[in-house]
Design a protein. Structure first.
Length: 205
């Protein structure tokens, strides 16, 4: 792809680094921004700069937040005795959109994947186990995707906490095996949360 401007070429190269964006799509986006008022581009760059520099992770659940403790953890109306374990922020958003879960979350930041070099020490698992041991937790709900990596992560955490005297459940398999939580429709996901089953039952499937 030949460019008449090094500035345009640099912008296209950077935009094309985004997931799912090729060089042609990046060029269309760059040219689109050139046609917009300068203020629009300024708003975008300001928002992206703030996203990179000012975003925080909740000290309690590792959710993305503007402050030290996210809105969910700071909400006194939530049930702090139930923790839903998810992979990342997108899963928190998906479950929250169902309005069917009123407990707290714990964001692992990924799934165990030896193929990608991701082990338990790379995830927020230790802080979850510490939380369960120190707080008055009654139930842990596994809400990871039904993939090999998700099941491996569930089982690893299960072995860490199975003797701590709490209920351990998993969302019902209204979510198809192999599907990612974030792409499930709200009704199916909501029913999966409400109809969760004891985790040990899922090991017998």
């Amino acid at each position: 792809m030949n460019f008449s401007s090094k500035i345009l070429e640099a912008a296209v190269n950077e935009i094309s680094q985004l997931p799912g964006i090729g060089k042609r799509s990046a060029l269309r986006l760059a040219l689109h921004m050139l046609k917009q008022p300068k203020e629009q581009t300024t708003y975008l760059t300001t928002a992206l700069t703030a996203l990179r520099n000012d975003i925080k992770h909740c000290v309690n659940c590792h959710n993305i937040s503007d402050v030290a403790i996210c809105e969910i953890c700071a909400n006194p109306k939530r049930n702090n005795k139930i923790i839903c374990v998810v992979e990342d922020i997108r899963d928190v958003m998906a479950i929250e959109n169902t309005s069917q879960f009123k407990g707290f979350y714990h964001v692992l930041g990924g799934k165990i994947s030896p193929m990608e070099g991701i082990g338990p020490h790379n995830l927020n698992i230790e802080s979850l186990v510490t939380k369960i041991k120190s707080d008055d937790i009654e139930e842990i709900v596994f809400a990871l995707s039904s993939t090999m990596e998700g099941d491996t992560t569930n089982f690893y955490i299960f072995k860490q906490i199975e003797n701590l005297g709490i209920n351990i459940s998993t969302i019902a398999r209204g979510i198809a095996v192999g599907d990612e939580i974030e792409y499930a429709d709200e009704i199916t996901l909501g029913r999966s949360i409400l109809n969760r089953v004891p985790y040990e039952n899922s090991l017998k499937l």
